[in-house]
Design a protein around this ligand. Structure first.
Ligand SMILES: Nc1ncnc2c1ncn2[C@@H]1O[C@H](COP(=O)(O)OP(=O)(O)OP(=O)(O)O)[C@@H](O)[C@H]1O
Ligand SMILES: [Mg+2]
Length: 387
């Protein structure tokens, strides 16, 4: 039985959304053989064995360090768009005029050159509309850089938390659209990539957005660059990021696709609440989002109290109920009880399509809209601020 049989919808054929990309596919599982758990050891072995023998795709191109220095105006501070655990990210313009994001890796503690190249090859062969495309790499001398497609709206994190004055909060429909896209990207990694890829670092800063708020997962292979076999260098990257890491994985170190489902649940919770997975500026008891939300997740009557006050009641209670129910399933302590990503995709697609329909209905009756981008859905209610 599907996990969300309560939601009455027809499973969409998951092949449809990237059917036209068959020529570029990494590899695709047979439908009947989707989403089996894989442990980390087997995954690594499988990758080593299979390498790229049966795969076709656009291999990322190599760049010289000079080309990337020119593209980023010598890594000018003004072009710095972000910094993360692996290094700094710069906006750049290639000779062709294409705008790209260039990640300059901080090599401390990373494995050697060969591993870097293998990672780059693997990433360049994974192709899906909801994964950020790796355009190329640079392995000149000691320098290691990755060149990605540029995502103009930055990360989901930038649109959920600490908004700039005047910055519009994401409306409910856009939040669902982002959840659906992220779930589709994860489904590709879990169920269609061969061998399957466990993301292990799903979080809002790794969900990047194009101009239409279409989400793309990033850094889906980079975690494997982390140090191995040397405990002194095992970092949060290897375990995923604190606040998103499944309790079973944290305790046993055994990684399965269900660890990613837990992290996906945390991202859903961030989308619903507008709160960070970990926020040390909050008072004790509210700093860990999952722990704070548990009492609300257990009681259907309290679901709606989780919702981001910035939405000002502009959402359908029914939709919130379903999304919170999906979130609660993803966050089950016991990994086996968490749903498979394919079922999550089907449920969220249905909920997003309902939200889109009600939004379209409302935009045809403009007078009833409370404010642009904040259409109140049928059955919506104003929720007291709990943030
Ligand atoms: N392809 C891209 N296009 C546009 N902006 C990007 C791109 N990749 C990264 N960024 C920006 O750079 C920031 C830093 O990204 P980076 O992946 O280095 O760190 P992070 O995701 O915050 O943390 P971690 O190192 O743990 O993944 C992102 O939050 C995003 O704003
Ligand atoms: Mg990242």
């Amino acid at each position: 039985m599907r996990c969300f049989s309560c939601i009455n919808c027809f499973p969409k054929d998951v092949e449809n959304y990237d059917g036209n990309m068959a020529a570029n596919k990494f590899a695709v599982h047979e439908r009947g053989n989707r989403c089996n758990d894989v442990d980390d050891g087997k995954l690594a072995d499988s990758m080593r064995e299979k390498r790229f023998s049966s795969q076709r795709g656009n291999v990322a191109r190599g760049f010289t360090f000079r080309e990337l220095a020119v593209a980023t105006q010598n890594f000018k501070d003004a072009n710095l768009i972000g910094e993360g655990g692996f290094g700094s990210v710069y906006k750049g313009r290639l000779e062709s005029g294409k705008i790209v994001a260039v990640k300059r890796l901080n090599l401390n503690g990373l494995q050697g050159n060969q591993e870097f190249i293998v990672e780059v090859l693997m990433l360049s062969l994974l192709r899906h509309p909801n994964l950020v495309t790796l355009i190329g790499y640079c392995a000149d001398g000691d320098q290691r850089l990755l060149v990605y497609e540029y995502m103009p709206l930055g990360s989901l994190e930038n649109h959920l938390f600490d908004l700039e004055p005047g910055q519009e909060p994401l409306d409910w429909h856009t939040r669902l659209k982002i959840a659906v896209g992220a779930a589709r990207g994860l489904e590709y990694l879990h169920c269609k990539a061969n061998p399957p890829v466990i993301y292990r670092d799903l979080k809002s800063s790794n969900i990047l957005l194009d101009n239409d708020f279409n989400p793309k997962l990033s850094d889906f292979g980079l975690a494997k660059l982390g140090p191995v076999g040397d405990n002194t260098h095992v970092s949060t990257r290897v375990m995923g990021t604190y606040g998103y890491c499944a309790p079973d994985y944290a305790m046993s170190g055994k990684l399965t696709i269900k660890s990613d489902i837990y992290s996906f649940g945390v991202v859903l919770l961030e989308l619903i609440t507008g709160r960070r997975a970990i926020d040390i500026t909050k008072k004790p008891g509210e700093q860990n989002l999952v722990a704070w939300s548990r009492p609300f997740l257990k009681d259907r009557k309290k679901f709606v109290q989780l919702v981001d006050p910035l939405l000002q009641g502009c959402f359908s209670i029914r939709s919130v109920h379903h999304v919170v129910a999906v979130t609660a399933m993803c966050l089950q302590e016991q990994a086996n009880f968490r749903p498979l990503i394919g079922d999550i995709v089907v449920a969220l697609e249905y909920l997003a399509s309902q939200a889109e329909m009600s939004e379209n209905l409302k935009s045809s009756t403009v007078g009833s809209q409370p404010s642009p981008g904040h259409a109140r859905e049928p059955g919506a209610t104003a929720i007291p601020a709990s943030k």
